[in-house]
Design a protein around this ligand. Structure first.
Ligand SMILES: Cc1cc2nc3c(=O)[nH]c(=O)nc-3n(C[C@H](O)[C@H](O)[C@H](O)COP(=O)(O)O)c2cc1C
Length: 188
């Protein structure tokens, strides 16, 4: 079975991301077709990138980097749950991605964005970042609106049709995640 991480990309107190990521995780659990895990970058207490060597060297000096590396290396694919901050992804998420390199390479990713415009601009930016760490990104994505999927811009109440989009995104993540796992195994 593929191992798929649902990565919660916001870290601030009171974040809406927690409810969104849990909803994605619950839908994933009902599928039963992969080993899904919710990964909260907040749990890793990553400071701003503080490793002296480029992550491409894989020579980590800090325990927080080693812990983050081991966690991310253990997955075949990722689903990033990201809000939009100033038309981009949160700095905490970019920082967490920047900490590593080889752990991401030849894996697949899908996206769940949320914000005033469904987090679309953040997801588009994240796709560019993914290309640099050699993650293949699937087309299907989920965009949740602060206007229609959060009651009073606050309580997460997703429109029912989004569940279909989440599953369509997971279908592609599993297909590509499996193909890239085969590629990695052939190269190993
Ligand atoms: C620093 C900051 C910048 C934001 N910039 C945008 C933005 O550019 N576009 C947008 O649609 N929403 C923006 N928002 C609204 C967020 O998408 C919304 O508050 C969302 O709940 C943030 O996710 P979080 O609660 O998980 O942190 C911004 C929020 C914050 C805190």
């Amino acid at each position: 079975m593929l191992k798929i991480a649902i990565i919660l990309g916001s870290t601030r107190p009171g974040r809406k991301g927690e409810a969104v990521a849990k909803w994605v995780y619950e839908i994933a659990q009902r599928r039963g077709d992969a080993d899904y895990e919710l990964v909260d970058i907040k749990d890793f207490n990553l400071p701003l990138l503080d490793e002296p060597m480029s992550p491409m060297m894989g020579q980590y000096t800090h325990q927080h980097t080693k812990d983050w590396s081991a966690k991310i290396a253990s997955f075949d694919a990722y689903v990033f749950v990201t809000p939009e901050y100033n038309h981009a992804i949160p700095a905490a998420l970019k920082n967490a991605i920047d900490f590593l390199y080889h752990e991401w390479v030849n894996k697949a990713a899908g996206f769940v964005g949320y914000g005033g415009a469904g987090g679309a601009r953040a997801v588009e930016q994240l796709r560019l970042v993914m290309a640099e760490v050699q993650i293949a990104t699937v087309r299907n994505q989920v965009l949740l609106s602060m206007f229609t999927d959060f009651e009073n811009f606050s309580v997460f109440k997703p429109a029912s049709h989004h569940e279909k989009s989440v599953n369509a995104m997971f279908d592609q993540v599993i297909a590509w995640g499996g193909a890239l796992k085969t590629l990695r195994e052939k190269r190993a």
